[in-house]
Design a binder for this molecule. Sequence first.
Ligand code: IPD
Length: 291
Amino acid sequence: MTRPADVADVHALRDLAERVAREAGHLVLEGRAAGVDVETTKTSPVDVVTAVDTASERLVREALHAARPQDGILGEELGHHEGPSGLTWVVDPIDGTVNFLYGIPAYAVSIAVVSGDPTVPGGWTPLAACVHAPAQGRTYTAARGAGAWREDSRGRVRLAVNEAPPLSRALVGTGFGYRAERRVGQGRVVAALLPQVRDIRRVGCASLDLCAVAAGELDGYYERGLQPWDLAGGALVALEAGAVVTGLRGAPAGEDLVLAGPADVVAALEGVLAPLGPDRDDEPGVVATAW
Ligand code: IPD
């Protein structure tokens, strides 16, 4: 049996994630400059994939496989390849694809390596990660037990979450799924939360939302519907910056719901959100009425 990565390994894993994310980021920027077309759609007509998403994931998979052939890879566009090492690389080749399509710079290549099963909420532990936003010139890295860092043109800084403000002064990030049915419930929940916080931000890139929590650019974040590739990289950056990353009522963070922030913000956010059922979709009848 192959032993899981030990603490000494996480630095090398983080460096590999960063090297490959930067290479993919270069390809993504070149792809944007060359012009972007929608290649196909997934869960709804607005859930798009571009040729650059696919090319970026190919590059990442090939580079990771060349460096660590025993590891598994789970990517947003090209699926799950299992490996014998017990480690899996979880890859979003462009998180924030709609921003990418429109030329809004909030998009990122997110690469995390986890032990356990990344498809099972709570069944995995992130060990190392890089979230690289090439159009913003910002690169976030984290290794388990070794902190979270952001590098940009001004240098490299260690990240720490904000001291928790009261919820009424908290800037809270969130996001919405691609399916109209799910958005009805998400709209209802955010409408109830909005009067109770400083303001809401919808940046359009979950991994960068989590990095923003880590960097103190958001006080908290919640979202329903995140997939492992949206979550794994940013979650480790947030955790290593001192955030709590969890689901509702002690459930693990996952597709049902992700809550992130300093512990007191998460507790306050959970207190307001829980009665609203943010971890379930509204009944189809409600959808019909609302639309
Ligand atoms: C999406 C973004 C968005 C979030 C969606 C994700 P994609 O990822 O992270 O912010 O609200 O839930 O699906 O599709 O651009 O990789």
